[in-house]
Design a protein around this ligand. Sequence first.
Ligand code: RAT
Ligand code: ZN
Length: 432
Amino acid sequence: SVIESRAALNEVVRRVVGEAQVVDMHTHLYPPSFGTPLGGSGDRVDPEGLMLWGIDELVTYHYLIAEVFRVVTPDRLGYETFWKMSRSEQADHIWKHLFVDRVPMSEACRGVLTVLQKLGLDPNERSLAGYRSWFGAQDPDAYIDLVMERSGVSKITMTNNVFDDNERERWLADGALGDDPRFDAVLRFDAVLDDWSTASRCLDAWGYPVSGEADEESVSGVRRFLSDWVKRIKPVYAAVSLTPEWRYGAGGLAHTMLDEAVLPVCREFGLPFAMMIGVRRQVNPALRAAGDAVGMADVSSIERLCAAHPENKFMVTLLSRENQHELCVAARKFGNLLPFGCWWFLNNPSIIQEMTLERLELLGGSFVPQHSDARILDQLLYKWSHSRAVIGDCLAEVLGRVLDAGWRVTEAEVRAEAERLLAGNYRGVIGG
Ligand code: RAT
Ligand code: ZN
């Protein structure tokens, strides 16, 4: 049926974007096979487990840790005192200061409220005790199905960091770890391009002799290392995050490793290569995971990379707001470049709106508007509902302009565009 008016269009687009199934292309979520610290009604408690879920994890999300240190400053509660507290003591502290003593206005605070609301819980509790018993009664495996169903996510993409000892040892002990059909694996190896002293020390210890430089021995060691891990975890893509200083074309170790080890392995196994650029690591190390900041990346390096390797596929997200327009222009020049997501500090409604409109105007529907970056399973419930609302508004706006220009749009066409944005464009690149 042809849509006649802007008002009808708005209704259709919001409904369709609200209902479309999402393939979430970047999270830090894991299935129960990786262990879970909160066993719930099951008996799988594993303090170092990687599947994070439940109220204490939600409230101690690193975005909220950064926020609580703004209101209870480190001179009043020292960093080390905070880190020595148990997970639930930290959660109580954050709940009191960000949710009880103040109105939880920030996007990360609002997220917790949305999660509770979507689970049918009243977010107005003054204490976390009631929520704890609700979560404690869930079975982790069944809870994944519930969260995916309610957030409209059909597939969760993990981030499998081979330099994380906890995770690596789990893979080495159990090759079937990644077999859960709800999850896809991703091979992540920042240190290979970003921290060669760590990478080379590890590779040597793991039976892949390399040298201090980007010579033939190092290149073949890295190739063998990456190939073995591709075979072990069967990833859908390979990925790194990089600092603003990353350059392509300047020679040097990272350049050689990319050209001679990483990209050839990606080609051999048909894997796209994802780059997340712009993190300034550990600006405040006392905050641990919450201590990273942002800087502008060099988009001309991305252009040179895409030009030099037309047979590779690149998926890129940049952390700096100031880089977003340039990235769209680069994507107009290179069909092998897929911009994705509103990453981390950009995952706020005002910036998602700006970026999504800019991308629609410059690229039509040929990009991936969002990934969740969820670290705690329950966050899918808020990250996707908050993003869908903004993406729906942006799509309604550009389709409204098309309507104004006399072009007829049907509901089926709206559905097809929404499906491409939330799943199809990414699926096309990973070949899934
Ligand atoms: O968004 C985040 O939670 C960050 O801490 C990072 O995990 C970032 O998304 C990354 O993948 O490096
Ligand atoms: Zn991430």
